[in-house]
Design a protein around this ligand. Sequence first.
Ligand code: ADP
Ligand code: MG
Length: 387
Amino acid sequence: LKNMQRKMTKESPNSKPYDASKIVVCVRKRPLSKKEKLKSDPDAIKAVDNTVHVFEPKLKVDLTKYTEVHPFTFDVAFDENAKNQDVYNSCAKPLVQAFFDGSKVTCFAYGQTGAGKTHTMMGTPEEPGLYTLALQDIFQMKQKKEYAHLGVYISFFEIYGSKLFDLLNGKKRVECREDAKQRVRIIGLEERLCEDPDQVAKTIEEGGKCRSTGSTGANADSSRSHAILEIQLKYKDSQSENSNESDPSSVYGKLSFIDLAGSERAADTTHSDRQTRMEGAEINKSLLALKECIRALGQNQYHTPFRGSKLTLVLKDSFISADSRTVMIANVSPAASNCEHTLNTLRYADRVKELRKDSSSHRRASSTASFASIDTRTTEVMDSIPE
Ligand code: ADP
Ligand code: MG
């Protein structure tokens, strides 16, 4: 982890050939669950230092015979003993610092349903997740005189299909539009001014409950939607009293935490149920678009294909900002029975990492070309992305 922290500072001599402070990719393995242990589902993943080894079962019926798949190397690999605090310290804390320097920063949790995304982001009362840990630090830093003119505003919403729902307002439908200056605004989204960590805790709890209870579609559950917690530092004076409508020019810094839809849902594009198929296609589209936007970010490209999906559209300002930073946490299950999904997650994260490496060369196709290829590939399934 120390190595990782060294890498993540701008002064690091290791920052070539890519700017590691801009995009960081890490993997987190969760512990085996009680159920998995009872079923004698073996632990097929080994995370050591920054490398993940996968022991893939040879046969689905016999999980004890395996072949080792080539290892995957990331910025950090957290094993089952890592706590949310460890993940926070090495991945999200540097983002909080950048946020106070006025940057727009983003942290994604990617992975199959049940891999530990929500545990990482939201956590539990016993083990608070990145949301709470970041906000604790934010309030501590905000006590400094130099930040007295800024307020902490929180929004919490969900993207389900291509629609947006406000989790701080009973899942009220909200619309995302680009204004005359081509800035993306979410019309009617609640932005709650929070004065202390208690108020924040209540806000996060309210949004979290809203996500898991009310339903937005026929068989909606949290695995089919992306949840976005947006923390903004805004100039207090510029906020009009009776409007909760966002004014993009008043934003000093922005920190977005994204608990992505289950990556395996992107493969539901051939499901017999039409609704499930449509949801799968939308998730697939957004995860592909996300990868393309991170690629553009890593290559310092002028054109970022943020219109590839609703998810990337709402993150437009973060993707196009010159000093943005992105952390991708790939959550994986240790169970041998989940090996296929785990490999898919590692391949996706590996691709994000590789795209970042390419940033020093501009030989790749322009992002406009990449965007065109997404459009025609909406039925391409994440699960089939080649290594
Ligand atoms: P996801 O959001 O990716 O679908 P969850 O975060 O809900 O997955 O995790 C699935 C289950 O595994 C939950 O019961 C959660 O508490 C547990 N879990 C996940 N990660 C960890 C971890 N690192 N340590 C302990 N329990 C975990
Ligand atoms: Mg979840």
